[in-house]
Design a protein around this ligand. Structure first.
Ligand code: ZN
Length: 284
């Protein structure tokens, strides 16, 4: 990975080789850095970003850009971090719409009545779901993570978006597939038009699981679980997106492992009590 300078921003390229595209790049604005898709999206159509942990105001163990309320950080710090991060992205933090994330596989449709749920506190976040979809413009949907897999979908034709949080439970329960099917059902999306972005999360290098859990996955996903005693939740979710009908060439993911890079990301497995990075998507 070679840092290079372009259009005044410091860019770290994380493009990889292989059949699947890996086109998320690290972009820096002041003290804040975040991953965005590389030149894939029509200008002014949608914003997709995955935050990193630097440039915020939270003290240890949440240092420093903790974007989630539920981890024990001061509410005022989270609000300030969200304000700064949203302003860097040109989004309205008051319209941020979030899910309570219960490690399930359910998706909520965000209509006008749900806009801004969870923007200022945890209690009003949409309960019982781990994924959100909408076709409303200017409504940032967000999920919060420390090792779990963030999945973002965008339908440029129907102008609809979706986002989900997938830990092992959500992955096992098929949340990525549910996200695709929700867009198809609610907004008549055709899977072949969908673009998918899978953000940084723990990878198999750091995700050893016990024998019982490994066997559960092996029984359900068979050959897709290839490394003995380890799970690669990113690839398991990528396969679900493909099963949902999304073309392989339209699925873009980060190769970065959150547990390998605790200087850049929060990692629950490494740190236990820590903050949360966010994945955000908004139609512009
Ligand atoms: Zn790792």
């Amino acid at each position: 990975m070679k840092p290079r300078q372009r259009r005044g921003f410091f860019i770290l390229s994380v493009t990889g080789s292989g059949a699947l595209s890996c086109e998320l790049r690290l972009e820096q604005r002041g003290d804040i850095s975040f991953l965005i898709p590389s030149n894939l999206l029509p200008e002014g159509s949608v914003r997709v970003a995955f935050s990193t942990r630097g440039g915020g105001v939270s003290p240890p163990p949440y240092e420093s850009l903790n974007l989630a309320f539920h981890v024990g950080d001061e509410e005022a710090n989270v609000l300030e971090n969200r304000r700064v991060f949203c302003s860097v992205l040109g989004l309205d933090p008051g319209r941020l719409t979030t899910a309570q994330q219960v490690h399930g596989n359910k998706i909520a449709v965000v209509g006008q009545d749900l806009v801004g749920r969870g923007a200022f506190d945890e209690e009003t976040a949409i309960p019982m779901v781990d994924g959100l979809i909408t076709n409303l413009t200017g409504v940032p949907l967000a999920v919060f993570l420390a090792d779990c897999v963030p999945i973002v979908l965008f339908d440029p034709l129907r102008r609809a978006i979706g986002i989900a949080h997938a830990g092992w439970k959500g992955t096992y329960g098929g949340i990525a597939l549910n996200l695709v099917e929700s867009l198809v059902k609610v907004f008549q999306s055709c899977p072949e038009n969908l673009l998918a972005f899978v953000g940084p999360s723990i990878r198999s290098c750091c995700y050893e699981v016990d024998a019982e859990l490994f066997q559960m996955f092996k029984d359900r996903f068979r050959d897709e679980v290839s490394e003995r005693g380890r799970l690669d939740l990113v690839m398991l979710n990528v396969r679900q997106l493909e099963r949902g009908g999304i073309f392989q060439k339209n699925i873009h993911f980060s190769r970065l492992c959150t547990a390998c890079k605790v200087s850049l990301f929060f990692s629950h497995r490494v740190e236990r009590q820590t903050g949360r990075q966010a994945a955000i998507v908004a139609l512009l």
